[in-house]
Ligand binder design. Structure first.
Ligand code: SIN
Length: 532
C-alpha cells in the first residue's frame, strides 16, 4: 500500500469542497480527492441559481423566514441564521474572484423561485449558474500551489484510530493509497442515484454518507429527500432538469388533457413548495393514466425564453422538443437529500478530525424541505466554515504531530482481486433493481406497506455490504445499498408526514413529528434514536 501524508484532505470537489480548499490553502498542503474529473459534481449541473438576500427589496430576515417555512418546522434556526447572514459576504467575495452573474442594466438580476417571498435568486449565463461557480472556484484554487487535485480516486474508507479520523484509503490507478491527513473534510454531495429517476449526475451515489456511517459518524434526517417536479420525460432523452426558475418566469403546468391544475392544490399554484407540486403532478398522472404532465412556456416571448434559458432550450432541442413552441413532457425525479452526516454549525461531525459540508452534511439548514437555490449558498457558507474548523483542528494536530508509524494502516483494505472474479451475482442488475425499488417504494409517496416491502428486498442485499470490493462500481453499489437501507429505515420510523417526507397512510403531522431521527453504527449494529 502506498502511504502519503498531507495537512488537509478534502473528499469531493463541488462548491463546498473547493470553497473549503481555498480557506485552507494558506495554512498547509491540501489534497482534493475526487472520484471523477474535478468539475464533475452536482454543482456543475445546477441551473436555477443561488439564493441570497442582496436585492434592494430583500432582507436577510425575510430570507431566514422563507427558509424556515420551507423547512416545515424542522430547521436548525441557528444554522439558518448563519446561512442567510453570511451568504451576502460569500457572494460578494465570489464576484470579486470573477463570478459573472446576470445583470439587468448595471444591477444584479434576481429571479423568483417557489416558496421565496422575494425575487432572490442570482443566476449566471441564464441557466448555467453552477458551471459559473465551479469555473470561478477552480480558477481560484489554481492560484494556490498548496492545493493538489487528486482526480479519479475513489475513497473506500476513512482512516480511523482511537475514534479519530486521520485521512482516507483511496483507490487510485488500481492502487490502494492511504492518504494521511491532520483533518479531513467530506464534501461528496448527494445520493440521487439510488433512485431510478434523478436529476443528479452519475457520481451522486451517497459515498460520503456511507463511508462516514461505516466509520461510526452520526447521520440524521435521511427520510427527507426532495423530488424536483419538472424533469424532462422523453423516451430517448436523459433525465434533464427544467429549472424551477422557468415557473418563476411564468411557465405553467398542464395535465395531458392540456388542463391547468396547480390552483386546485395550492394558492401559490406553480410556485407552491416543491413537495406539493411533485405530489400534485403524481396525482394528475394517476388521474389521467399518464406517465407525465406538461410544462408550458409557449405563451412566453420566445426570444426571452431562448436568452434566459439557453442551455435548457438547446438541450431540449437536441431531443426534438422546442420549448418555445411546444409543451414539454415532464415528471418528478429525486433531486436533493436534506439529511446526511450530522454536523455542528462549524462543520464538525461526531468523529474528531472529520468535518463535512454541502449536501453530504446535515447542518439542519434545510429542515424537512430545502428552499430552492439555498444549496449552492450552503456549499459556499458551510464549505468556508468547515475549512476554518479543519484548519483550527489541523493546527492542533500539527502541534501534537501525526505519526504514520503509530497509525494502524490497514493493509487488508486492498485485497488483490480482479472484479470479474465475481460471478456469484450481477452488480449491475442489483444496482438497477435497487434504484427501481427506491423510486417505486420509498419515493414521493410512501406508506407502511411500500416501506416494509422495500425493507425485505433491501435486507436481502445486506450480504453485499460484507464483500471485499475494489472497483468503483462495486464500491458505489455497497454505498448505495447502505444508504438506501438507512433512508428506508428512517422513513419507516417517521410515522408522520412533514416536509418532503409524505406517508399516504399518515398524511399529517402526527405526534412526535418535531423529533429528528439519527443513526449510528455501534460495533456491527445499526442503532437509531429520536432527538430534539
Ligand atoms: C432548479 O433550477 O430548479 C433547481 C434549483 C435548486 O434545486 O435549488
Amino acid at each position: 500500500m502506498i502511504i502519503e501524508k498531507t495537512d488537509f484532505l478534502i473528499i469531493g470537489s463541488g462548491v463546498a469542497g473547493l470553497r473549503a480548499a481555498i480557506e485552507l490553502a494558506p495554512y498547509g498542503e491540501v489534497i482534493v480527492v475526487t472520484k471523477d474529473r474535478p468539475a464533475e459534481s452536482s454543482t456543475e449541473y445546477a441551473q436555477g441559481g443561488i439564493a441570497v438576500a442582496l436585492s434592494d427589496e430583500d432582507e436577510v430576515g425575510i430570507h431566514y423566514e422563507d427558509t424556515l417555512r420551507a423547512g416545515d418546522g424542522l430547521c436548525n434556526e441557528e444554522a439558518v441564521k448563519i446561512l442567510v447572514g453570511e451568504g451576502p459576504e460569500r457572494i460578494k467575495e465570489l464576484i470579486s474572484w470573477g463570478a459573472e452573474f446576470d445583470k439587468e442594466g448595471l444591477k444584479l438580476d434576481f429571479t423568483m423561485e417557489a416558496a421565496h417571498s422575494r425575487k432572490r435568486v442570482l443566476h449566471a449565463h441564464g441557466d448555467a449558474t453552477g458551471k459559473e461557480l465551479e469555473r470561478v472556484l477552480l480558477n481560484k484554487v489554481r492560484t494556490f500551489s498548496s492545493i493538489e487535485k487528486y482526480p479519479y480516486a475513489f475513497t473506500k474508507d476513512l482512516i480511523i484510530q482511537d475514534g479519530k479520523c486521520y485521512g482516507a484509503y483511496v483507490l487510485a490507478g488500481g492502487q490502494m493509497v492511504a492518504l494521511i491527513a491532520k483533518a479531513t473534510i467530506l464534501t461528496t454531495g448527494g445520493a440521487g442515484q439510488i433512485f431510478a429517476r434523478t436529476t443528479n449526475p452519475a457520481v451522486s451515489t451517497g459515498d460520503g454518507m456511507a463511508i462516514a456511517f461505516r466509520a461510526g459518524a452520526v447521520l440524521g434526517d435521511l427520510e427527507f429527500v426532495q423530488f424536483h417536479p419538472t424533469v424532462l420525460y422523453a423516451p430517448s432523452a436523459p433525465q434533464f432538469l427544467l429549472s424551477e426558475a422557468m415557473r418563476g418566469e411564468g411557465a405553467l403546468l398542464r395535465n395531458i388533457n392540456r388542463e391547468l391544475f396547480m390552483k386546485e392544490y395550492h394558492p401559490d399554484a406553480e410556485l407552491a413548495p416543491r413537495d406539493v407540486v411533485s405530489r400534485a403532478i403524481i396525482s394528475q398522472m394517476v388521474r389521467t393514466n399518464s406517465n407525465h404532465v406538461y410544462l408550458d412556456l409557449t405563451h412566453l416571448d420566445s426570444d426571452f425564453v431562448k436568452h434566459r434559458f439557453p442551455r435548457i432550450y438547446a438541450t431540449c432541442l437536441q431531443y426534438d422538443v422546442d420549448v418555445t413552441k411546444e409543451l414539454v413532457p415532464v415528471s418528478p425525479a429525486a433531486h436533493y437529500i436534506m439529511g446526511g452526516v450530522k454536523t455542528d454549525i462549524n462543520g464538525a461531525t461526531s468523529i474528531k478530525g472529520l468535518f463535512a459540508a454541502g449536501e453530504v452534511a446535515c447542518t439542519g439548514v434545510h429542515g424537512a424541505n430545502r428552499l430552492a437555490s439555498n444549496s449552492l449558498l450552503e456549499g459556499l457558507v458551510y464549505g468556508a466554515r468547515a475549512g476554518v474548523s479543519a484548519r483550527e483542528y489541523g493546527l492542533e494536530a500539527r502541534i501534537n504531530g501525526i505519526e504514520v508509524e503509530a497509525l494502524n494502516i490497514n493493509e487488508s483494505k486492498y485485497i488483490k482481486r480482479r472484479s470479474h472474479d465475481i460471478t456469484r451475482f450481477d452488480i449491475e442488475e442489483i444496482r438497477h433493481s435497487l434504484r427501481k425499488l427506491m423510486w417505486e417504494k420509498v419515493g414521493i409517496i410512501r406508506c407502511a406497506d411500500s416501506l416494509t416491502e422495500a425493507k425485505k428486498k433491501l435486507d436481502k442485499w445486506s450480504f453485499i455490504l460484507k464483500e471485499e470490493f475494489n472497483t468503483r462500481r462495486e464500491l458505489e453499489l455497497q454505498n448505495m445499498i447502505q444508504l438506501a437501507q438507512l433512508i428506508n429505515s428512517a422513513a419507516i420510523l417517521r410515522k408522520n408526514s412533514v416536509g418532503a417526507h409524505y406517508r399516504s397512510d399518515i398524511p399529517f403531522k402526527a405526534e412526535g413529528w418535531q423529533k429528528h431521527i439519527i443513526f449510528r453504527k455501534q460495533k456491527e449494529e445499526v442503532v437509531y434514536d429520536f432527538i430534539s
